[in-house]
Design a protein around this ligand. Structure first.
Ligand SMILES: CC(C)(COP(=O)(O)OP(=O)(O)OC[C@H]1O[C@@H](n2cnc3c(N)ncnc32)[C@H](O)[C@@H]1OP(=O)(O)O)[C@@H](O)C(=O)NCCC(=O)NCCS
Length: 225
């Protein structure tokens, strides 16, 4: 390699380093542009139709496939454990109908509409979560639901920021802070463990309901100061 080529290579490496540093810097600046907005009661009355469809689309992006998969497995494992192939086909169709009906009736949005928080980056909706009291399995804990970050934004620390906000907002003095997560949701479980949620056995009160099927129950253990 000639001296001229070496210099060109050095200049190229330098240029790439500068570009990389700038991209990193702008990404960090971007995270300063985050905005949380909480709705005490989330409904068509206090959000525009356009925003509502964005929220529904985001919610579907985060949860619809998991719901489809788990609903099918629930029918198969809990309700009809000895089904043959043709019944399985019927179950698959039934699940799809439920999913599509949920979409039409906008039910795929939250089952709990209290204290819904949306996360925006600039004007773009990129995440959400909600908090609600839970009675059946935890006797009044404050539960975090629907933690969701747009797929294109994942892997950059934003999910952690979303959860840190959820912890701040959902925590209530004298009450446990809890959540549930599908047992195969490795990224979410890792995030919750990182933020000091511990896996605890699912209380017996959960029974055989779909709402608790294939889920872990987790409780926040604040770090001792
Ligand atoms: C769970 C979710 C919010 C994580 O968001 P994210 O922005 O990708 O996460 P972050 O980049 O902030 O990562 C924070 C931590 O989460 C964990 N994590 C994130 N992605 C992971 C992956 N693919 N595999 C394993 N751990 C992962 C890691 O512990 C990570 O910390 P680290 O970077 O120090 O290793 C996001 O994946 C999501 O919205 N998923 C779909 C909806 C969902 O499943 N919600 C949970 C319902 S209970």
């Amino acid at each position: 390699m000639t001296k001229k080529h070496k210099n060109q290579l050095r200049a190229l490496v330098l240029a790439l380093t500068v570009v990389g540093a700038l991209l990193w810097h702008f990404d960090k600046l971007g995270s300063a542009n985050l905005r949380f907005q909480t709705y005490a009661l989330f409904s068509e009355q206090n959000i525009s139709a356009a925003e509502l469809s964005k929220v529904i689309a985001l919610h579907e992006e985060c949860f619809e496939n998991d719901r489809r998969k788990n609903l099918f497995n629930y029918y198969l494992e809990v309700q009809h454990p000895h089904s043959d192939e043709s019944f399985r086909k019927y179950l698959r169709e039934r699940v799809e109908t439920i999913i599509q009906e949920g979409r039409l009736q906008k039910k795929s949005i939250f089952r709990r509409k209290e204290n819904v928080t949306l996360l925006r980056k600039g004007s773009e909706l990129i995440g959400l979560f909600s908090c609600a009291p839970e009675q059946r399995i935890s006797h009044g804990s404050s539960m975090i639901y629907d933690v969701c970050l747009a797929s294109k934004m994942r892997g950059k620390g934003l999910g952690q920021q979303l959860m840190e906000q959820a912890i701040r907002q959902c925590q209530e003095v004298g009450k446990d802070l809890t959540l549930m997560v599908y047992k195969d949701n490795t990224p979410a479980i890792a995030l919750y463990k990182k933020l000091n949620f511990s896996l605890v056995p699912m209380p017996g009160e959960a029974g055989d309901d779909f709402e608790y099927f294939n889920k872990y129950f987790m409780v926040f253990q604040p770090r001792q100061k």
